[in-house]
Write a protein that binds this ligand. Structure first.
Ligand SMILES: [Mg+2]
Length: 220
């Protein structure tokens, strides 16, 4: 995989980062591994699918194309502190194999790998080839607490019981009101009443990755 996206979550999770020369070196080796994909409806996500304020931030950021990352931060701060974050939470119903979660969420992310938004260890226990999808979700929080939690997640070893976590072979997400959804960084707006069925396509994609990454997202 070659780093070319806005946040390059795929490359960061694989230990390639944003260095194109390093990425090219990886491409030229013949070491590859099979990773799971997340199937939703009739499409696939490689790393994450997320509902909530982060997708809303990304959606608004698209109108500031020239300065992407600063705009991301600026719009994020605006949403968090100025527009009052409680307006950005969404009413969802989430069903995993074993649990049901009803109510409002600031963010609900479903993924395959730990790093989210480039630097945030949002799903620290997620593995790309374990046949399961990880969920990390946040109920509405005060802006200060949400910001604090986000900052703590820059540390890979951070775990918080404020973050709802689950692992499941499938999730069903019912959007009970209009919501912003991002799929590997592409943002879409969905209407109330839409449903996502997420399941795992085990080891469906072969990827050329570093043989000895600093942090491994693989189960062996
Ligand atoms: Mg997994």
């Amino acid at each position: 995989m070659f780093p070319a996206g806005t946040a390059d979550d795929f490359c960061h999770n694989m230990g390639i980062g944003r260095d194109r020369a390093a990425a090219l070196k990886v491409l030229l080796t013949d070491f590859s591994r099979p990773m799971d994909l997340i199937k939703y409806d009739n499409e696939y996500a490689a790393v994450t699918l997320g509902v909530g304020v982060d997708a809303e931030i990304a959606y608004r950021t698209l109108s500031h194309k020239r300065i992407r990352i600063p705009a991301y931060v600026a719009v994020g701060l605006r949403i968090v502190f100025k527009e009052r974050m409680r307006n950005s939470s969404r009413l969802l119903r989430i069903e995993s194999d074993n649990n049901v979660y009803d109510g409002r969420f600031l963010i609900a992310v479903f993924g395959n790998a730990p790093l989210y938004g480039r630097y945030v260890w949002w799903m620290p226990d997620a593995l790309v080839d374990d046949g399961r999808i990880d969920m990390s979700a946040l109920r509405p929080q005060s802006p200060v607490r949400a910001w604090y939690l986000l900052m703590r997640c820059f540390n890979r070893d951070f775990r918080s019981n404020k973050i709802l976590r689950d692992q499941s072979e499938r999730f069903t997400v019912y959007l009970q009101e209009e919501s912003y959804v991002q799929v590997d960084g592409e943002v879409y707006k969905y209407g109330a009443g839409e449903t996502f069925e997420l399941s795992v396509a085990p080891k469906a994609l072969k990827v050329r990755v570093p043989e000895n990454p600093e942090y491994s997202v693989w189960s062996d």
